[in-house]
Write a protein that binds this ligand. Structure first.
Ligand code: FAD
Length: 260
């Protein structure tokens, strides 16, 4: 039995790849049979995934994009950036990868109408939030129309979907912060959850603070163990040094940015 305050178990599962899709070049969607992680994972948490031995020794942290608790799978969406993620992208359906999780803390999902703000691969953990919440809206930003392939994935889960592209090839031209002030002024959002490039998160947090709307950010740091032991992902917060892997990756924006 789990009681408030008790840490949920972290497990390692040898997870079979159930499907491997590539929505755009360089981005992969892996669906993995991992029933124990699927059962306990919360939106905002992540897993540490093993990569082929010749591409890296350490596991790589990836946000949990979706789960099916009944069918026992988790979904990961990631961009190939270096040896590890490129090696993982070579794995085919039916292969096994070792997955440690669920790790870290999650977003506050007890909001009436949250606005999720995501840029690029930051839309991964927010998707899990959207899929679990009955009334949520999303503001997504990408460099080009191709980069907001996310729209199709999010649509079934959200009440509203707002899109910006840097080059104006789709949605409103500009950054998510181009639309955000109007949305927060005219909408009925009682919280903002943001994940993406750090400069974007800081700017979104500043706008949310102007409108007195609580904001949570999901930080990304290089990390090794993912369990709070190695301290490689420690960051300074208003309440002292915190480990992104264990105390985060989700933090109140006011804890990590400016005067908010
Ligand atoms: C909690 C958390 C959740 C994440 N979730 C996702 C996700 O859902 N989808 C996704 O595409 N990416 C995600 N990332 C980033 C992902 O972990 C890195 O892109 C990946 O580890 C790179 O490994 P690599 O072997 O391919 O690259 P490396 O060869 O190790 O490095 C290539 C480049 O990636 C950068 N990098 C390496 N490790 C990290 C890291 N831990 N964080 C940030 N940058 C890194 C390096 O600085 C370098 O520029 C997440 C990171 C964290 C910390």
């Amino acid at each position: 039995m789990w009681v408030e305050g008790m840490t949920l178990p972290k497990v390692i599962e040898e997870a079979r790849i159930l499907s491997h899709e590539t929505p755009i070049t360089g981005v992969d969607i892996l669906t993995l049979a991992a029933p124990m992680i699927a059962h306990t994972a919360l939106p905002g948490q992540f897993v540490q995934v093993s990569v082929p031995a010749d591409t890296g020794f350490l596991r790589r942290p990836l946000g949990i994009a979706e789960v099916s608790r009944t069918d026992g799978w988790i979904r990961l969406i990631y961009r190939q950036v270096g040896h590890g993620t490129k090696g993982l992208a070579e794995e085919e359906t039916g292969a096994f990868v070792s997955v440690l999780g669920p790790l870290g803390n999650g977003f506050d999902t007890a909001l009436r109408h949250p606005l999720l703000v995501g840029g690029g691969m930051g839309l991964t953990p927010l998707l899990f939030f959207a899929a679990e919440h009955p009334h949520v809206s999303v503001l997504m930003g990408g460099r080009t129309k191709e980069e907001v392939f996310w729209e199709e994935i999010y649509r079934p889960h959200v009440s509203e979907c707002f899109i910006t592209t840097d080059d104006g090839s789709y949605g409103a031209q500009g950054f998510v912060t181009t639309l955000l002030p109007t949305l927060l002024r005219d909408g009925d959002y009682d919280g903002v959850a943001v994940c993406g490039p750090s400069v974007m998160m800081e700017r979104v947090a500043a706008v949310a603070a102007q409108y007195n709307i609580p904001c949570e950010v999901s930080l990304e740091r290089r990390m090794a163990c993912g369990l709070g032991a190695c301290l490689s992902c420690a960051v300074d917060t208003k309440s002292g040094r915190r480990k992104v892997c264990k105390d985060g990756p989700v933090f109140p924006a006011a804890e990590v940015y400016g005067d908010g």
